[in-house]
Every structure is written in structure tokens, then in C-alpha cells.
Write a protein that binds this ligand. Sequence first.
Ligand code: GDD
Length: 315
Amino acid sequence: MRALVIGAAGFVGRFLVQHLLEQGDEVFATTLREPIELPQERTFALDITSAASAAEVFEQVRPDVVYHLAGISFVPEAEADFDKALQVNVGGTANVLRHAHLVSRRTAVLFVSSAEVYGQVEPSDLPIRESTPLRPANNYSLSKRMGELLVERYARQNALTCTIVRPFNHIGPGQSSRFVASNFALQLARIAHGKAPPVLQVGNLEARRDFSDVRDIVRAYRMLAHQEGGVFNLGSGQSRPIHSLLDGLIRVSGLKVRIEQDPARMRGPEVPELYASFDRAESVVGWRPQVPIEQSLSDIYRYWHERVGAESATI
Ligand code: GDD
């Protein structure tokens, strides 16, 4: 099975490449600029907004399965620069689909969308199913929904086998410190190493989100890419307030800290609660999340504790 991972140097991409190798796939990967741990002949520098570069990669690799992970993934980044979110998340996706199709219409493409496409979720919508109405409300969710619409067109025309995954929040060691669990863990690690005073800056701790571990998520990607296509939610099936994540990380660190709300970390109106029904993924491929949240939090804290100990890390 020739698998092509687009956006392999990102947080999820690294775990996915590792998982595919462990499963015996022949893995090819693209990266915007960061290196990937694969033999050189298996890796390609690719900016997905360049149609010519995308064409070259697909011609060379001729993959059976494409995992399209490349994109703007941080909600405030898309909020600050909608043009870029459109170029990468929509224009880039159009390039990937077009060139996957030109090489072979039998290619399977897994497109990583987001739970954010459900947008303005009402309490009566919970748990969120794939049939829940889509009301994307911010730049990020709009760009992801537009990407989905492109994928749906190829699926409708039987031009590719298309799977859309809508992961809810997923965390793990190596995630950028822009995201909440890594950010809190990095701050705690800096305090533990005496590099910061015992004060932790936070944003909205009341939002409730559905967190799962990146290792469960990449396992789902491979299982789902190997079937007939469709749309799948991926989450833990329960919501937790952000403050419970913070409490868990503080517990792991063993530190005593003061919590301060930083107005710059507060976003505009946020949906108060999101959580998934993953029944469809479970019934189609038998996927269930396995990694307990305590394990994720402890691995994330350990990762940052080692990094801060070894070098000067910034938030
Ligand atoms: N980043 C951050 N930093 N978030 C904070 C902080 C903080 O200091 N304090 C509270 N939060 C809250 C945010 O307001 C948000 O409600 C929640 O923590 C999670 O924020 P992020 O980790 O930045 O993730 P996200 O929910 O915006 O988006 C993630 O999940 C989506 C799927 O639901 C990303 O992984 C997206 O790429 C993904 O599509």
C-alpha cells in the first residue's frame, strides 16, 4: 500500500507516518519546510498552494492512499488571516484533489476537516453526529467546510474514494504550544525549572471540549482510509471543561501555581460545549479511543519538562 502523507512534519503528521510504517505501509511524505524522519527519496518539499509542485509529487508517488493533513490548524491564525486560510485550506485542498484524480481515480483520499465545521452547536444537538447541521461561524471552520465541499464534489462524481474526518480536539506530546494543553504544560515546565514565576496565564477555562489522544486519532485515520469513504466524527464521546485539563496538568507537575486570566487569550464568542458521537466510526471500522486522558496529560507534561530542561523553549 503506497501511502502519501501531505503535511507530514506537523504534530499529527509525525504520529501518522510512524503509525503507517508500523503497519507495514510504503510511506511517502510531504513537508512545507521542516525535515521528516524518512529516507530522502520518500520525502518531498511541497507547498500545496502550488499546483505545479503538487502535480510533480503525485506523478512521482502515484499513491494508493492520500492522507491530506496540510493546513492552517490554529483557529486564531485563520481568524487573523482569512486570505491565507482560504489559500491553504481551500486552494491547497483543490490542488491535492485535482492531482490525486489526474494520477488515478482509484486513489483513496482522506481529508482532515474539523469538528469546528459544526459551528454554532445548540445543547440539543449534543452529542454531535455527522448528520448534525453544519453552521460554521469563524474563518477556520468556514475554510474547512469549503475544503469538505470540494471533497464532496469528487466523491459525488466517483472521481476519487473520499473520506472526510472531523476530529474533535486532539492532544499529545509534540503539539505546538499554541494549543491549550501544550501551552499550559509548557508554562508549568518553565515554572518547574525555575525559568518563570509560579503564575499560569490562561484564557477561557469554562468552555467544554472533547479531547482525545493523537495516537488514537492517527489509528482511526488509517482504519477509515481503507474503506469505502464517507464522513466520520472522531472524538472521545465526552466533554471536559478546559479547567479540568489545567487541573490534570497541575497534578502531574506537582506544582503550586496561581492562575491568572490573560485577556489576550480570550477569544470572541465560543460555543460553550462540544462533544462527539463516534458511533459511525465504531460501527464501520470498530474504532474506539483507547488512550486515557491522564496518560495524554502526563506524556505532554513530560515532553515539555524534558525540552525546557534541555533548551530554552518559548511559548
Ligand atoms: N490555545 C489556548 N491557549 N486555548 C485556551 C487557553 C490558552 O491559554 N485558555 C483557554 N483556552 C481554550 C480556548 O478558548 C478553546 O476553547 C480551548 O481552550 C481549546 O483551544 P485550542 O487548544 O487552541 O484548540 P481549538 O479548540 O481552538 O481547536 C482545536 O480543535 C479543533 C477541533 O475541535 C485544533 O486542534 C483545531 O485544529 C481542530 O480542528
